[in-house]
Design a protein around this ligand. Structure first.
Ligand code: GLN
Length: 451
């Protein structure tokens, strides 16, 4: 049924870069065989999923939305991919994303943008716009995302779906194409809070193949999603994430969600996190620095594209031509920014200062979580904007992630949940819940209370 829905819809939405119909049907048959053989399988056995094309899946095309990796087929699967397959989840194919997960609209994909199913002229968010659009278009019931600065939560927000960034180290990065390794985190996308929690449970937990993986029990996310009981919970509204620049409909629906939580027995207070205002600036120094290092591996020798290798050129020239041709404008912009920020003489002023700001943001979180159980804000300041509207204005684009970036900087758990439609344009609004590291269950508990 989902393959049929993709065939009917996806020419217009373009959520998928690659549909693996044959592989999906074979995986489904394998689940049937396991069940027939008497194996007890989890609740998601046989449920289809759309996989962001940043996750390797052995033998299948994996592009990261870049010409650089066009035609590359990884020899192994990411830990997350493998855990999905082991749980009997059926992978429908690979979804579209901003090139190397850099963007907030999916317009930076080398293979054309994804369209928001709520209004095809609008963006589905980014970088994981393909995953969230596949859910909103009913082309898949589950999807996987990765979140470096908001790429799970902001697309969830603007497509009216659920997306959770687990605690950093809670899900494995092994086999996920790296953007900024100290910030990247895989996480679940779904249409309901419980579906997201069930998927979270499948993918989370210690992985010895990822050096930053946390060796601790997976928080009780499914129990929390089933309960949704927020009575007695203390919820902090972040002063700095609201006001000027936030769409009236976003603020209205956010306020109504607070009323709902209050009615359900939660206590709502306001909490100031003074350094959150500097998060975006610090992110755009730390993230590009890591990008410039991580993307050095695309040298035209090891994977995918190789340009100008006709025997007349030396190695360095082939590398330069390959990188010129293989990377899009946004990726080049970040490599240049990052290389500059890390260069000797500037390192302390830029990268070093940004790391200090990162510490102050984590301290703000610590101080806040000493007073409240969770922090909340809108997920993103506006509803889905029009395709083309911000593409020539990187700063306007970067502001989409104002609310989501602090959680990546500090590594805590954070999710976006549907909060209704903005009256002025009828488009989805997202409600963000942030919880301390390893308290991912609180994110689901509040999300479920709003459902
Ligand atoms: N939109 C943000 C950026 O462009 C976040 C990306 C992400 O989380 N992968 O960096």
């Amino acid at each position: 049924a989902f393959l049929d829905q993709i065939a009917r819809n996806d020419d217009a939405v373009h959520a998928f870069l690659y549909v693996d119909a044959e592989g999906a049907l074979a995986q489904a048959a394998a689940v049937d065989a396991r069940l027939d053989a008497g194996e007890t399988m989890g609740p998601l056995a046989g449920v289809p999923l759309a996989l962001k094309d940043l996750f390797t899946q052995a033998g299948l095309p994996t592009t990261a939305g870049s010409r650089m990796l066009q035609g590359w087929r990884p020899p192994y699967s990411a830990t997350v991919t493998q855990r999905l397959i082991d749980a009997g989840i059926v992978i429908l194919g690979k979804t579209n994303l901003d090139e190397f997960a850099m963007g907030s609209s999916t317009e930076n994909s080398a293979f054309g943008p994804t369209h928001n199913p709520w209004d095809l002229a609008r963006i589905p968010g980014g970088s994981g716009g393909g995953s969230s659009a596949s859910l909103a278009a009913f082309e898949a019931p589950l999807a996987m995302g990765t979140d470096t600065g908001g790429s799970i939560r902001q697309p969830a927000s603007v497509t009216g779906t659920v997306g959770v960034k687990p605690t950093y180290g809670g899900t494995s990065r092994f086999g996920v194409i790296a953007m900024a390794s100290s910030l990247d985190q895989p996480g679940p996308c779904a249409r309901t809070v419980l579906d997201a929690a069930l998927l979270h449970e499948v993918i989370a937990g210690h992985d010895p193949l990822d050096s930053t993986s946390i060796d601790a029990p997976v928080p009780p996310v499914v129990e929390a999603a089933r309960s949704g009981d927020v009575s007695g919970m203390k919820i902090g509204v972040v002063t700095e994430l609201g006001g000027e620049g936030y769409a009236p409909g976003v603020e209205q629906r956010f306020g109504e969600a607070l009323d709902l939580l209050r009615a359900a027995g939660a206590e709502i207070v306001e909490v100031s996190c003074p350094h959150f205002s500097y998060a975006l600036g610090a992110y755009y120094l730390i993230m590009p620095s890591e990008v410039s290092s991580n993307l050095a591996r695309y040298d035209g020798m090891r994977y995918g594209l190789r340009a100008g290798d006709d025997g007349s050129r030396g190695t360095e020239e082939v590398m330069a031509l390959t990188r010129e041709e293989g990377f899009g404008a946004e990726v080049k912009r970040r490599i240049i920014l990052g290389t500059y920020a890390l260069s000797s003489g500037y390192y302390d002023a830029y990268y070093g200062s940004a790391q200090k700001v990162r510490r102050l943001i984590a301290d703000d979180f610590d101080a806040a979580f000493a007073q409240v159980d969770v922090l909340v804000s809108p997920s993103t300041p506006t509803t889905a904007f029009r395709i083309g509207e911000r593409i020539d204005d990187p700063l306007a684009m970067y502001k989409s992630d104002l609310c989501t970036i602090p959680s990546n900087m500090a590594g805590n758990a954070s999710g976006s949940f549907p909060a209704g439609l903005a009256p002025e344009d009828g488009l989805p609004v997202g409600f963000q819940v942030m919880a301390p590291p390893l308290a991912d269950d609180r994110v689901y508990r509040v999300g479920a209370a709003l459902e």
